[in-house]
Design a protein around this ligand. Structure first.
Ligand SMILES: Cc1ncc(COP(=O)(O)O)c(C=O)c1O
Length: 394
């Protein structure tokens, strides 16, 4: 049978990470591939209480259809928290989504015509590329250094390419773990306003800071009205509940709401209400401290093992938060070819190549996740990987 799909399906690709995750789900493989939280950080007992409370006290409301913009008390809670980070917003500026990935899909849906250009960091979060590619976008890669996107290059490329959107992951970026300094944040907001190009500020990891003071979001700088800030409960409570949000101008919120009405009507009511109950009866700051205390140990364990077991020609930087360490193998090495050998040795990572959207991939790069494995697994997994790298790279 031959099915005649829409033209846009030709550009859709299955996520390389999801495909790799399938292989690495064998229990004896230590996987540094995905971007999953540590299972022991989930507040299971507190969420059990929250779900029980909602079903007991507000069962009919939680099981009924809800409003597309999101559960009003949760929108109000998010608005207050975002104000606390310096964003000028009210509950009307908050849109609740089924995970923040849905905001990427919907921004593509409401802004992108086939052939429209999206400016992205290079390398870039590959599921953002996957979301925009479904709307037949084209990508313009902006070079990045140790501090994230090069904003001088961004200004030049925006002037030349007339893009429809700028996508940026400014804090503990996925995949490289870099963080954009305040001056560059100000510059991105300024470029957005000067060229009237919306910026998507994707911030799922900002709360996972292990050291140093937090930086203000792009949306809090002059020009911030052009910024669509998005974040999520995935990395601070649970990704399985699928609750994220966007903070944006009310006109954009109305368009996102229309996209949602046609897509999944509204985000799961029970999940939204349980999260709101959890937030009202627990100390989120203390919970986040617990997560960051755990992840700091994971990161430091991984870095110490890499120092001991990786060949000297491999390079990486210490991220100040988030979930990832980006590794450059010596020039000429091929991380994709190494992956199948690594899986044979019962350890997995994600090759860097799929994270390059618009230019030649650096085939010698790879991403390691440190959140999901225990320190013991990290010690064993990095030794296995180090042994393989020594064998393969000499
Ligand atoms: C940079 C980035 N953006 C967005 C997401 C989507 O997260 P969620 O849909 O769970 O909120 C992720 C998930 O790993 C991510 O790394």
């Amino acid at each position: 049978m031959k099915f005649h799909y829409a033209d846009r399906v030709a550009g859709m690709q299955s996520s390389a990470i999801r495909e790799i995750l399938k292989i690495t789900q064998q229990p004896d493989v230590i996987s540094f591939a995905g971007g999953m939280p540590a299972p022991d950080t989930f507040p299971v007992a507190e969420l059990r209480e929250a779900v029980n409370y909602i079903l007991t006290e507000h069962g009919a409301e939680a099981l009924q259809y809800g409003v597309s913009e999101g559960y009003a008390p949760l929108r109000a809670w998010i608005a207050e928290r975002m104000q606390g980070k310096g964003m000028d917003c009210k509950p009307e500026n908050i849109f609740i989504s089924a995970g923040s990935q849905q905001v990427l899909d919907f921004t593509g849906k409401i802004f992108l015509n086939p052939g429209d250009k999206v400016m992205v960091e290079s390398p870039v979060y590959l599921a953002a590329v996957q979301a925009f590619r479904a709307y037949q976008a084209e990508f313009v890669a902006v070079p990045a250094d140790n501090q994230g996107m090069d904003t001088t290059a961004l200004a030049e490329k925006v002037a030349a390419a007339n893009p429809k959107l700028i996508y940026i992951n400014p804090t503990f970026e996925n995949p490289r773990g870099t963080t954009l300094p305040a001056e560059r944040r100000a510059k991105v907001a300024q470029i957005a306003a000067a060229y009237q190009v919306p910026v998507i500020e994707d911030d799922p990891y900002g709360e996972l800071r292990f050291e140093g003071p937090p930086l203000p979001p792009l949306k809090s700088f002059p020009g911030g009205e052009w910024v669509i800030h998005m974040s999520s409960f995935s990395k601070i409570i649970s990704p399985g509940l699928r609750v994220g949000w966007a903070v944006a101008d009310t006109d954009i919120i109305r368009k996102l709401t229309m996209a949602k009405q046609a897509s999944d009507v509204h985000t799961n009511s029970l999940a939204q209400q349980a999260i709101h109950r959890y937030l009202s009866t627990n100390d989120l700051a203390a919970h986040i401290r617990r997560i960051t205390d755990i992840y700091r140990v994971h990161r430091d364990t991984m870095l110490a093992e890499m120092e001991t077991h990786f060949p000297a020609a491999c390079k990486w930087r210490k991220p100040a938060g988030g979930m990832f360490i980006w590794v450059a193998l010596p020039p000429g090495a091929d991380a994709t070819a190494l992956l199948s050998k690594a899986v044979a040795e019962k350890v997995a990572f994600v090759p860097g190549a799929p994270f390059y959207a618009a230019e030649r991939a650096a085939e010698n790069t790879l991403r390691l996740n440190f959140s999901n494995s225990s320190p013991d697994q990290i010690r064993i997994g990095i030794r296995r990987l180090g042994m393989l790298l020594r064998q393969e790279l000499g």
